[in-house]
Design a protein around this ligand. Sequence first.
Ligand SMILES: C[S@@+](CC[C@H](N)C(=O)[O-])C[C@H]1O[C@@H](n2cnc3c(N)ncnc32)[C@H](O)[C@@H]1O
Length: 321
Amino acid sequence: MNSNTLAPPVAREPRAARVSPLSWAHAHSLGSHHLRHHPWLPAAATLLSCGALAATLVARVPPPYQFVAAVWVAVSSFAWGYWKQANRRRLFPPLTHLHRRQYANPWDELPSSPDDARAAVAGPKDEQEFRTSANETIQNLLDLVHIRQDDKVLEVGCGIGRIGEALAKYCASWTGADISVNMLGHACKRLRGLNNIRLVHLRRVGLAEFENRCFDAAYFTDTLMHVDAMDQWQYVKDTFRVLRPGGRIFLDIIDVESEAGWEMFTRDATRYRQVEPPPYTPRFSTASELQIYLQRAGFEKVQVHHRSPLVIVTGTKPAND
Ligand SMILES: C[S@@+](CC[C@H](N)C(=O)[O-])C[C@H]1O[C@@H](n2cnc3c(N)ncnc32)[C@H](O)[C@@H]1O
């Protein structure tokens, strides 16, 4: 895993702080939402305004009406150009009308095409680069929690199945769980053809969809950084419950104690100094935060592995639990 794989959707531009439902930021976000679903709107508005201007000229209506039509042409052409430019950069809108704990919404709203979904998950839109971005995590899972051929493995926050696609051949079964129906839809298409995988929609934070002691290993990668601390704790407790005795857990987060993690942290701190960060901005954390959750949940052999800018924490459920 490298810093490329930490890609959350990248905000197009920061929005004003303290977003209220009546604010410009809210209107902008909703406007972007509609434009993404009806991308023909700016072009249609421009053509319509050109038609209106032509009509005012042909019909020789009074100059104030011609002026209004000309202004409309200017505004709609500008909006069309702006929209095309923003689309070419393929950056994601900030969605600052959403709260961080509306976890599913950004992932349901933003990545509508396979290209966008790859970019939102891992940075590269290119299919080959996207696949390559999974290699480091796969190696870490094999090395640190020793995924075996007879293991039933769970990934929480599986996204579009980037890791599962490559990991499935190393284990008996791979289950991908995610809070976003949209991401699971992309995963479903992507993983078609693999016969030892299953996708599960999490209706809320936690693993209520799973029985006790049904997995040998569970991992979260590039996911907990999107989740609030209290909810991280809920996931750790639930993972303990769904693991068999002797089961292994693997978590990664962006390590604010590493040089690269600190650099990312300060960059975001500057960027969002006076503006509201998008709800999908990754949180920065430390190994001790995760260590304490694992220990408090009952895991033993809790270990920390530094993979700057990430830190990975692993643990084992006691054999007699
Ligand atoms: C950056 S993607 C990472 C996907 C995948 N783990 C990977 O590395 O390719 C983050 C994923 O976490 C999911 N997610 C965000 N908040 C979540 C939550 N509270 N519970 C479960 N999944 C969540 C999102 O829907 C998204 O699919």
